[in-house]
Design a protein. Structure first.
Length: 377
């Protein structure tokens, strides 16, 4: 008997589709899901019989691990508590999306230990685990409504081409699965990039949607400075810090990103495309730094999500950002280590800007040491 097929695009209410998928997964059935890469075959990871059936349908041999699909980068830490800073950075920036991260599974605190033994062997046969947050609304909604993760693989027989449409999945798997959700051709039509992360280094195990050049950029440490209008304090901090980092790494100022450190600034009430204040430009020029080409930008969700460290000029800035993005709280800090604010020089004489720049420079020395960047030879 062929599986039930639901045309997601024709559904009057997406919630009905999600509820049917949730019910099927909860009953131990195999469901073909659309994802942004290729169509995936999923079973509830807490159900050993369903996972064993998935392996049988795939024709998957021993040692070929299934991926665990989880809700978010934060939930991934439940299964890989010792995830390195680099792995967590890639997770935060790539998910939901077409990247599977393979990380060590060596922590006794990992929720992997709570999965049935046969499922553990299927998802982490070599003391590593592949984790992914698929970038498709239906899968994400199902994950939010079920207990535990999904065991996920591509919806094809092992050795056969990946299915980029529901029709291709049905052609290969047919009556072996129970439910197929058809959302048309997969957006990317190629597999996820599989990236193995060890400490502060990564290697690509399988080429996919995200190329190595993009992964290199996504792995870069990003430091973000925030003030109000992004016209003086935060751009001065950005400019001074970039020079400090370049000196520490032994490179040119415009090479810091190539050396793995991205430095930016923004304002909680900034407009897009404005200029730095003339006084700030003058004071930076006196320090041998060029701020003339700076363009203001507002603080946005992508900037907050991408940043590894966010330094604010005042406590009120910090509170405002935490209020809007509470999940980023642990990455948001006052620039001044003593808890004081960097006074706003706006509207004051050039001397006030000089004092502000000196206060920023002295605090940045401490913050640079805390980053632990490799010093030049």
């Amino acid at each position: 008997m062929l599986p039930a097929i639901i045309d997601v695009r024709a559904a009057d209410d997406l919630r009905d589709v999600v509820h049917r998928a949730v019910q099927a997964v909860a009953e131990g059935k195999l469901v073909v899901f659309p994802t942004e890469t290729v169509y995936g075959l999923a079973a509830r990871a807490l159900d050993p019989q369903a996972v064993e059936r998935l392996l049988s349908v795939k024709g998957r041999g021993q040692g070929h691990a299934l991926t665990l699909a989880v809700r978010s980068a934060d939930e991934a830490l439940d299964y890989a508590p010792r995830m390195s800073r680099l792995a967590h950075r890639l997770a935060r920036r790539c998910w939901p999306g077409p990247v599977t991260l393979v990380v060590d599974d060596s922590s006794s605190e990992s929720l992997i230990r709570q999965l049935p033994a046969s499922v553990r062997r299927a998802v982490c046969p070599a003391e590593t685990i592949g984790l992914r947050v698929p970038g498709h609304t239906v899968v994400l909604e199902v994950l939010r409504m079920i207990a535990g993760p999904l065991a996920l693989s591509s919806a094809n027989r092992t050795g056969e081409p990946e299915a980029t449409t529901a029709e291709e999945a049905v052609r290969q798997l047919g009556e072996s699965v129970d439910l197929v959700l058809d959302d048309g051709p997969a957006r990317f039509g190629q597999p996820s990039s599989v990236v193995r992360v060890r400490g502060d280094h990564f290697e690509i195990l399988r080429n996919g949607v995200v190329p190595e050049t993009t992964l290199n950029r996504l792995s870069t440490l990003m430091v973000l400075f925030v003030c109000t209008g992004n016209t003086c304090r935060s751009p001065m901090a950005e400019t001074i810090f970039r020079k400090m980092v370049a000196e520490r790494l032994g490179c040119e100022v415009d090479e810091t990103e190539d050396r793995g450190v991205m430095i930016m600034s923004a304002g909680v009430a900034a407009l897009t495309g404005g200029r730095a204040s003339p006084e700030a430009v003058q004071v930076m020029a006196e320090m041998g730094l060029d701020l003339s080409g700076h363009e203001t930008q507002p603080l946005t969700e992508p900037l907050v999500r991408y940043a590894d460290l966010i330094f604010t000029m005042t406590e009120s800035h910090r509170r405002a950002i935490v209020a809007q993005w509470p999940g980023a709280a642990e990455r948001i800090r006052l620039l001044c280590t003593d808890g004081s604010d960097v006074a706003d020089p706006m509207g004051g004489p050039v001397e006030r800007y000089r004092q502000c720049a000196e206060q920023i420079r002295s605090q940045l020395k401490t913050r640079l040491d805390q980053l632990g960047l490799e010093t030049k030879d």
